[in-house]
Design a protein around this ligand. Sequence first.
Ligand code: DQA
Length: 152
Amino acid sequence: MSQRPVVAVFNGPNLNLLGERQPEVYGSGTLADLRELCRATTEAHGWDLDFRQTNHEGVLLEAIHEIRHTAYGLVLNAAAWTHTSVAIHDALALVRCPVVEVHLSDVHAREAFRHHSYVTPRAALVIVGRGAQGYVDAIEALPGLRSDPGTG
Ligand code: DQA
């Protein structure tokens, strides 16, 4: 039996509190809602979903290591670590599949400290300010970002 491609969707700190956290910025949907939206999107393409959220940077680093050779694509909202983490930047250099950087809010229209991203230099595509729809768009962009889209 052939294995289905696996799309990794990884989320960084404080995103577990979506719905409660600044809904005027991040919307009223919860992380569970976001996971379900991603699941429906990957399922529509016949792909599996590996959806994770962590508040521990080392856990995210090890998750990136884990999927580095196997994922069909990585959709990453590194949240605040986007703006701080050279370690995540370095880990992404090990990832074979396309990386799409996603932010729910438009980070470029917010505080200056959110304008710099350590993820962007490793990303094939950056999507900001589209809320949960940005995750759907990121997943759907993956075949076009691969050199072998047919495998999906
Ligand atoms: C975020 C934007 C980041 O600046 C912030 O630290 C987050 C969420 C977003 O999805 O808009 O935690 O990545």
